[in-house]
Design a protein around this ligand. Structure first.
Ligand SMILES: [Zn+2]
Length: 335
């Protein structure tokens, strides 16, 4: 990650942090503390307004890097793995709301909750949703990869937790993602957010924008249902993921449904240049926009590290996924 020396108003941020073993834990923790101390009052007020009060901001060390809200994400061993970066609410520029820094892959946000084996936990979709639930005294976790990524290796850590609820966004990607998580966790129940949150509505819409309370959310949990037999035995799209011609057709179909610029734009701020898009490469420490995305050929190429490929390659590299896992994610995005 790189902070431009010229336009950062915070001298302490004028440094680079490399994620692949270059920065020590102490460096990263110090950085988290610096970011936390630098959080402007207006950002605190914004977070308060979206259901995250000061004690939760302080406990989870939310911060500010001069451009974006920083959310430190700790791995299973309690080490600071990376910062998720949320957009400045007053930044008028288009671009992803959340950025995942270069070279990181999906992590579970909230390992400290899983580790203490609570009697009840909610798996939700998004870092802020998780903090909104925590603010209501409800133990919650999320995948930093969103609804599409939940790793099999995380699942066994949930086994000792008697009640596991999956509450994703009220849209197709959310429903598919929730079913996939529930297939990995036998005790999991699916929580359906009511119509009133609207299509694409989430936990924050329910608790903050619709001003529902903790009790009303707990009632949703009571109404949660396990997977039906059909959902358990017939995972969506699994048949289409078979090898051979079917799989090739499937990949072609998915590629045609998901513009590569849209997928890359979930991770990288892209600017249009001619008929292509350019952005800072997430696969190397990129000071220039070296990554070029070619909508015409649905491919990308980095002039710095020479990584290249299609949507599947990008997603696999970005989230450290197998081919099949990447297709699952794309299928959800295409839905
Ligand atoms: Zn690169």
């Amino acid at each position: 990650m790189h902070f431009p020396a010229s336009n950062s108003p915070f001298p302490q941020f004028r440094r680079e942090v490399r994620w692949s073993g270059m920065a020590t834990q102490a460096d990263l923790l110090n950085l988290a503390m610096e970011y936390h101390r630098a959080i402007p009052e207006r950002i605190r007020r914004y977070l308060n307004g979206r259901g995250i009060p000061d004690p939760v901001i302080d406990l989870h060390l939310l911060g500010w890097n001069g451009e974006r809200i920083t959310i430190p994400v700790f791995d299973r061993d309690g080490k600071l793995a990376f910062f998720k970066l949320a957009k400045d609410p007053e930044d008028p520029a288009a671009g992803p709301k959340m950025l995942t820094p270069a070279g990181t892959h999906a992590e579970l946000y909230g390992w400290e909750r899983v580790r203490v084996k609570p009697c009840r936990i909610v798996i939700c979709e998004g870092e802020f949703d998780r903090l909104v639930l925590e603010s209501q005294g409800i133990a919650a976790v999320t995948s930093t990869g969103g609804a599409g990524v939940f790793r099999q290796e995380w699942a066994k850590e949930f086994e000792p937790i008697p009640e596991v609820f999956v509450c994703f966004d009220r849209d197709e990607a959310g429903r598919n993602g929730a079913r996939r998580v529930a297939r990995l966790l036998s005790q999991a129940k699916l929580v359906e957010l009511p119509d009133e949150v609207g299509e694409g509505g989430d936990v924050t819409d329910f608790l903050v924008r619709r001003v529902k309370g903790r009790e009303e959310f707990l009632r949703l949990l009571q109404d949660a249902r396990p997977l039906t037999r059909e959902e358990t035995s017939d995972p969506i799209g699994k048949g289409r993921a078979a090898s051979g011609k079917g799989a090739r057709d499937d990949v072609q179909y998915l590629k045609s449904r998901i513009g590569i610029e849209k997928l890359v734009g979930r991770y990288v701020s892209l600017r249009m240049r001619g008929e292509n898009y350019v952005g800072r490469c997430p696969f190397h420490d990129d000071n220039d926009p070296s990554l070029v995305v070619y909508p015409k050929t649905q491919s990308f190429y980095c002039f710095g590290c020479r990584k290249h490929g299609d949507v599947v390659d990008f997603l696999r590299e970005m989230e450290a996924l197998s081919f099949g896992e990447a297709l699952d994610v794309l299928r959800d995005l295409a839905a």
